[in-house]
Design a protein around this ligand. Structure first.
Ligand code: ARG
Length: 465
């Protein structure tokens, strides 16, 4: 049997392999709700513009409701022979309402239809992801406020650098996530133009009202160029790049959680809910959730790269290559959503070991910069000279395997005569952290202000979580 939708020009059915390579229903069934919504807006506009009879439009719209109900109830049979969601819905519509279902496809094409469905789907998904990032920001900010003064080592090159607070560290991620949300919001703004009515590629000779359908579907305006409307997937690429950057942020945090949870670091204990045991080594508590958040970033980045490659050689307008825009995107955004949920759960459950963190914060001569700063402030040494003097003192302490605060004053004065006992006041980690009061610095007072600022900013969004 030739195809129900374009049988006119064809006399036989496609080869089985052709059907397999061509069909997208196995994944674009996810567009069912968007497809029906778009069709209802289109058919109402067609009737209002006098392009099709009003009673046919009403019957089509009602029929589409029935199709929607069947899909929601799980009683709808998707057919691969009908290729994609657009033709599956339309074919069932014609069973339900009769041949006038065929009027629905007036003045449109699957090319503008799929562009519309995907924009609607991405728009909904961005809203869901935004909510999830919000939830994570809130969990991090709450934990940060509770730990505004909890001291941990700050690292550069993963070498102990200067003490910071755990709250400060967590708020670093709140800032990153805010920019991530900004990127999704920007992508959403730019994609919010309606491609419906671009038809196959050139527009249509029917007197359609594109402003009307755009407004009905919540778009800011119709797209201005019909070729662009059906050809570009930059709205998907932008969303995937925002997703890739977010997943890289989550991956870095996950890597830190993996490190913190090792017995060697021992900075944090993860709850049983986000760890697994080993079937052979009874002592193990593996941070699987964190490892998977780290690992899944690969898929998200891969989806972005994959779609960039699909698109890069395509001439205008639509080519079937573009059907490859969906599976990677679905997988990537679903993975990101799962990673966000898992990270939020880990943050809420995580128990930092404050004693361990604090004692690690003092190791590795992490207050050496404070000593150098003391020399600059009190002895008016140029910073470079102070750095050199401090280096000698660190070497002396390190040779004796003791901390800087354990060096006898007389030995210090041997290196720099002007040093007084006051120097010991800056060698402790508490003092060091408290002194970092510059804007954006790690002093607990600053961190408290920042955490409260975030919590009130988030509360103002008045979301129901
Ligand atoms: N299933 C197709 C896709 O996902 C819909 C558009 C088909 N258009 C066409 N001219 N064959 O891209």
């Amino acid at each position: 049997m030739s195809n129900k939708m374009w049988g006119g020009r064809f006399s036989s059915a496609p080869d089985a392999i052709m059907e397999e390579i061509n069909a997208s229903i196995g994944f674009d069934y996810r567009f069912a709700a968007q497809d029906i919504r778009g069709s209802q807006a289109h058919v109402a506009m067609l009737a209002e513009a006098g392009i099709i009879p009003a009673d046919d439009a009403a019957s089509i719209s009602k029929g589409l409701e029935q199709v929607r109900a069947e899909i929601e109830a799980g009683t709808f049979t998707f057919s691969r022979a009908l290729e994609d969601i657009h033709m599956n819905v339309e074919s069932r519509l014609s069973d339900v309402v009769g041949p006038h279902a065929g009027r629905l496809h007036t003045a449109r094409s699957r090319n503008d239809q799929v562009a519309l469905d995907f924009r609607l789907w991405i728009r909904d998904t961005i809203d869901e992801i935004d909510q999830q990032i919000f939830d994570l920001q809130k969990a991090l900010s709450e934990k940060a406020l509770a730990h505004a003064a909890s001291i941990m080592p700050g690292f550069t090159h993963l070498q102990s650098a200067q003490p910071v607070t755990f709250g400060h560290h967590l708020l670093a991620y709140v800032e990153m996530l805010a920019r991530d949300r900004g990127r999704f919001t920007d992508a959403r703004k730019r994609l919010n133009e309606c491609p419906l009515g671009a038809a196959a590629l050139a527009g249509t000779s029917f007197p359609i009202d594109r402003d009307k359908t755009a407004a009905t579907l919540g778009f800011d305006r119709p797209t201005a160029n019909s070729l662009d409307s059906v050809s570009d997937r930059d709205f998907v690429l932008e969303t995937l790049s925002a997703a890739a950057i977010t997943s890289v942020h989550l991956s870095r945090f996950a890597e830190e959680i993996v490190l913190w949870a090792t017995p060697q670091f021992g900075f944090a204990r993860l709850s049983d809910s986000f760890t697994t045991g080993s079937s052979i080594m009874p002592q193990k508590r593996n941070p699987d959730a964190a490892e998977l958040v780290r690992g899944k970033s690969g898929r998200v980045i891969g989806a972005l790269t994959g779609l960039l490659i699909v698109m890069k050689g395509l001439p205008l307008a639509y080519s079937k290559d573009m059907q490859e825009d969906k599976e990677g995107t679905f997988d990537a955004l679903q993975s990101l959503s799962l990673c966000l949920a898992a990270t939020t759960g880990m943050v809420i459950d995580m128990q930092p070991d404050l004693k361990r963190m604090k004692s690690a914060a003092g190791s590795g001569y992490s207050t050496a910069t404070d000593l150098a700063d003391w020399l600059v402030k009190n002895l008016k040494l140029p910073f470079r000279r102070a750095h050199h003097v401090t280096g000698e003192l660190v070497r002396m302490a390190s040779d004796r395997r003791i901390g800087l605060e354990k060096l006898p004053l007389a030995d210090m004065q041997h290196v720099e005569a002007g040093i007084t006992a006051d120097v010991f006041s800056v060698l402790g980690v508490d003092k060091s952290v408290r002194s970092r009061t510059s804007y954006g610095g790690t002093a607990p007072a600053n961190v408290r202000v920042q955490a409260r600022r975030w919590l009130s900013r988030l509360a103002k969004e008045k979301r129901t979580v």
